[in-house]
Design a protein around this ligand. Sequence first.
Ligand code: ZN
Length: 345
Amino acid sequence: MPFADIVGHRGAVALLASAVARGSLPPSLLLTGDDGVGKRTVALAVAQAINCAAPRSGTGRDQGVDLAADACGRCGPCARIGRDAFPDVRTLVPGETGTIAIDAVRAAIEQAGYRPFEGRRRVVVIDQADRLLPPAQNALLKVLEEPPAACQFLLVTSRPDVLLDTVRSRCPRIRFGQLAPEEVVRILTASHGWDEAAARASAAAAGGSVGRALAAASGEHAAAREAAVSLLESTAAARTPRARIEAAKTLASRSGGRRAPAADRDALRLRLEALASLLRDMEVIASRAGAPLANDDLGDGLRRLARAYRDGRGLRAFAAVDEAAAAVARNASPKIVADWLACRL
Ligand SMILES: [Zn+2]
């Protein structure tokens, strides 16, 4: 993404753009600030500005800055850097162990010594650089002390204090502040396909971090699905209306301690979406159509539910969920909707 398209961080971006324009970017930089504010996106924008085949200048005026150098965002190198498929730009991230493997660091250092393959400068982005164990940091230190002429190192971290003093002192620091709620909304709607209302609700609680808004949303979705599975399991086994009303409590119970009626409705809406997705999968299983399942990770549990909801019961449940969602959209009471639905599943 070109500098001009980055939301927020105008000061840091303008500084980086003018250093790229003058060719005065220090060979290694430390990008610090909260998780999820866009540091890695900016690091990749630097890599693009350096290696773009059709670089521009004077972009960003609509956001009140005059960027001295910027990428086009469309040429071959820009597109490939965006997909992590450009040979001269390498991003190191923590592996399954939670740390950045020393072998990956050594390989990046070795490559850094070679001339760029097709770009103007090699760029090594080390994301979550605090996940470098001390031996890996020491290996890196040598190259930070005597940086190869055509290589740029960008260390990205929200915890710079975890890095060795010796590493930190070699890397001038660019600090990133939090994003304004308005900026979080813009990123969630433009880059993550959220609708405006959901983005606004999340941005308010996300403390200026897109990453936090996304993580909270995935946590809410996981919790909603868990509640939906538990409801289907209970209603599959329920023999009395009383047992069904009891089961409805998992559907209408409040999520995350938020107390506003709108939050209760949002929580129920998410659970109804999860129910619909599960019921759709159960129909796919029952019809033996072999289409891919959205909730394939639930495995045998989903297949057990499909057996309990066969002979049209699943389809009737699906229609009832649809009606319940429409009632929630009309501001019906979440508790009444949940009780009504539990009696029809
Ligand atoms: Zn370009």
